[in-house]
Write a protein that binds this ligand. Structure first.
Ligand code: HEM
Length: 477
């Protein structure tokens, strides 16, 4: 209050706070992005709240997000450790490096197609395996086991447990408001988070180090393929040929983060594509028509075909726009007091860029809830769609470092599924079509539940390609 008085400026507008608890009762239990969008109708595109003294700022327009998070990104700094990780991610996920992973992606897509053909009931698992397998190869040079054989890959199982635990932690966000609660004894009613915290700490250490140490062992034996871990370890060797414990920890952490950040986001995006097709078969028909016309029926696309497939590309953009996987991005905090358009933003404010709202703006995206790839094919105009990659991957210097990788992985997965299968709604025991589910978890990264559907191979040529590939795999193993 005294700081604000010093500036003599108002906070940005927002719902009226109550004494002590502030706006705590205004915050919904889930789908905060929708509520924040609603507030913009009353308060404008910059909405300010305080819950138990914690200031929060919601940015509901692209222009303000660009101003505050891109132009003034200095007001959202990051620490030395994050700077280091970002440099590591950049080295392996920047646009000129990602094409080096194309052959791995094309190869892993074939395994996904095989999974979808042989075991369609578990289609979500095969979709999830794809980004996981590519990133495990990129990061650790490790070949993930197959889902078809129902083999549980130990590293993937551990990674999955850690990701799901990380999202469960969101149930304990109240600890940010009542930090003293961490001093409660574990037996205290409602203090189960202490035990959960201990479990998560153990798991996250295992995720950080198990695959990392496995790669180091393989390096010693001269068996490790070149990957992010081997290159970084070589780069950070000191004069005595060893990597310091501190650098080793940084490398292990950056690799584990890359895995966790890549799998969920990419898999959820591909799942959304399958939902869009189940909702509207016309999308599938048009995508397949383009693929057949450009490549010939039964041929699988490669990255070399991308430029010739504008409609398929438009489907990829629309999938990312329609159901943003991180609807409020990742929350940031301001490090210093700031003034924007005559309004005071105190240091320590949690800042949320409302990706969902920006990508559902009815002016730029007419009928925003409809899945319309065509909107990306229209000539660019001043009030036309904002390129999806400028919003869905965050803003400024904390922008997603994996966006080029994700863009490539999503394209090859969607184009290959379209070329290979007709996906339709399954029928129930009475022969009635089963409605697809729109059930997304409401956590930071949204997960879509699988729908009941049928994958029918489109041509025997695709079946043969996938089968030949499977035979080759069996022969090799
Ligand atoms: C469709 C897929 C993806 C989407 C929609 C997505 C979206 C995002 C968003 C919105 C952020 C927050 C940016 C911000 O704070 O402003 C983020 C951060 C991040 N993403 Fe992604 N991402 C995807 C895929 C990936 C992949 C494949 C990787 C790694 C290979 C990755 C690595 C990261 C990392 C490490 C961060 C944290 C960066 C930081 O805090 O400085 N992401 N992502």
């Amino acid at each position: 209050y005294l700081r604000r008085r010093k500036h003599g400026l108002p906070y940005p507008p927002g719902p009226k706070p109550l004494p002590i608890i502030g706006n705590a009762l205004d915050l919904p239990e889930s789908h905060l992005w929708l509520k924040a969008g609603e507030w913009s109708k009353t308060y404008g595109d910059l909405v300010f709240l305080k819950a138990f003294g914690q200031p929060m700022l919601f940015i509901n327009s692209y222009d303000i997000a660009f101003d505050l998070l891109e132009r003034r990104s200095g007001f959202l700094p990051y620490g030395e450790r994050m700077r280091k990780y970002r440099a590591m991610f950049h080295k392996f996920f920047q646009p000129i490096v990602v094409p080096e992973y194309h052959s791995i992606m094309e190869n892993e897509v074939l395994k996904m197609l095989r999974g979808l053909r042989e075991d369609p009931e578990q289609y979500d698992k095969h979709v999830r395996r794809f980004p996981g397998a590519v990133v495990m190869k990129n990061v650790y040079g490790y070949e993930v086991k197959n889902v078809v054989k129902n083999e549980n890959d130990p590293y993937v199982a551990m990674g999955e447990a850690c990701i799901s635990g990380a999202f469960d932690v969101e149930d304990y966000l109240f600890l940010d408001f009542f930090p003293w609660m961490r001093f409660l004894p574990e037996w205290f009613p409602g203090a189960s988070f202490i035990g959960e915290g201990k479990k998560m700490r153990k798991l996250s250490r295992a995720v950080q180090f198990d695959a990392h140490n496995m790669t180091k062992e393989r390096m010693k034996k001269g068996e490790a393929p070149i990957c992010m871990t081997t290159v970084l370890l070589e780069d950070h060797k000191e004069k005595d040929g060893n990597v310091s414990a501190e650098e080793d920890l940084h490398i292990a952490s950056a690799s584990a983060i890359a895995y966790a950040a890549a799998v969920d986001t990419t898999a959820s995006t591909i799942m959304t594509f399958i939902l869009a097709v189940l909702e509207d078969q016309e999308i599938q028909r048009k995508g397949q028509e383009e693929l057949d016309r450009v490549l010939g029926k039964g041929c699988l696309p490669t990255f070399a075909d991308r430029e010739s497939l504008p409609y398929v590309q438009a489907i990829c953009y629309e999938v990312i726009r329609w159901e943003p996987i991180l609807p409020l991005g990742l929350v940031h905090a301001t490090s210093a007091d700031d003034v924007y358009n005559g309004q005071f933003i105190p240091a320590g404010t949690m800042v949320f860029g409302n990706t969902w709202h920006i990508l559902h703006d009815p002016v730029r995206f007419p009928e925003p809830d409809a899945f319309k790839p065509e909107r990306w094919l229209e000539p660019e105009s001043e009030h036309g769609p904002i390129p999806v990659h400028k919003v869905a991957f965050g803003f400024g210097r904390r922008i997603c470092p994996g966006r080029h990788w994700a863009d490539n992985a999503v394209f090859i997965a969607i184009a290959s599924i379209l070329a290979s299968f007709n996906i339709e709604r399954a029928k129930d025991a009475n022969g009635m079509l089963i409605q697809p589910t729109h059930n997304y978890s409401a956590k930071t990264v949204r997960h879509l539940d699988p729908s009941k559907c049928v994958f029918t191979p489109r041509t025997s040529k695709v079946v043969d390609t996938v089968r030949m590939y499977s035979m080759q795999q069996r022969y090799e193993s």
